[in-house]
Design a protein around this ligand. Structure first.
Ligand SMILES: [Fe+2]
Length: 282
């Protein structure tokens, strides 16, 4: 039990999400906010503005001309893409480090986070979700619990691995059994401490669909499928890779056939070179 208390204390060692990001997320979810309101929040932050311009002008977006202002960026790319950039930049500081306990080298968890966020955003678009930004953010930050749990997983790796390989536990179940908490649950606590909305907290906590009720939530389903697509493609799989339960019924509920899934994988696979370009400038 005291180990869990120690773990929770470690949440404070994460680099906090800048207040401006919370403001942007609230504004995006609030139907009364206009595009100008949101662009203005961004404009007040010079560091974020500079990063947006750098990302806009990267090879990933291949724009026909240089982007020189936030206004320019919003006009040329749309507000959603610009907000995505803000979120990516703010997630990088915590997720870019290697997580050796999970067998992830520097940049691998980050690549997984960005890839699953891009896939999730695309699925959210296709499935007509009203919470596209929230899905993007949740996909980006869903494994934040791993950053804290990494050392503990490393110390108990043999025990965890034994439960997975010999007893049929999923990796997350083994984390819970050996350490007392799993990375999804811990991620939910981080989201709580960062004042995220209740829906976002629930999505991060349930990104492996541990809670039966979460399986009926469209946004959590999308998050789950995006995570699995990345795992299937071997993006940031690490030691836990495919050691999770696959809830086939979720695909059915989302109306995704095995062929659709193959198509999603193939089309993201061909995007990978561009994604690498994006990762270089975040
Ligand atoms: Fe996870």
């Amino acid at each position: 039990m005291s180990a869990i208390k120690d773990l929770i204390k470690e949440i404070d060692n994460l680099k906090p999400i800048p207040a401006v990001v919370n403001q942007i997320m609230d504004a995006v979810e609030d139907s009364k906010s206009s595009m100008t309101d949101i662009a203005e929040i961004i404009l007040y932050d010079p560091v974020i503005t500079a990063n947006i311009l750098k990302m806009c002008n990267s090879a990933y977006y291949a724009l026909p001309r240089r982007v020189d202002s936030v206004h320019d960026a919003v006009t040329m790319m749309g507000l959603n893409q610009v907000v995505d950039m803000v979120l990516m930049k703010s997630g990088a500081s915590n997720l870019i480090k290697g997580q050796e306990g999970y067998g992830l080298h520097e940049g691998e968890l980050w690549k997984h986070a960005v890839s699953s966020a891009l896939i999730a955003r695309d699925l959210a678009e296709k499935k007509g979700s009203e919470h596209k930004q929230m899905i993007f953010t949740a996909a980006l930050l869903k494994d934040i619990g791993k950053v804290i749990l990494d050392r503990f997983v490393g110390d108990s790796f043999t025990k965890i691995d034994d439960l997975v390989k010999k007893k049929g536990f999923s990796f997350k179940e083994a984390e819970k059994k050996v350490i007392g908490i799993d990375h999804a649950e811990l991620g939910g606590l981080v989201a709580e401490m960062w004042d995220f909305s209740p829906k976002m907290i629930s999505m991060i906590k349930n990104h492996h669909l541990n809670d039966e009720a979460a399986r009926d939530d469209l946004e959590t389903q999308i998050l789950y499928v995006a995570d699995n697509v990345c795992m299937m493609m071997g993006i940031g799989g690490g030691a836990d890779g495919l050691a999770y339960r696959f809830h086939r019924d979720v695909l059915k509920r989302l109306g995704i056939s095995p062929l659709d899934l193959q198509e999603i994988i193939a089309s993201f696979g061909s995007e990978m070179k561009r994604v690498e370009e994006l990762l270089k400038v975040i």
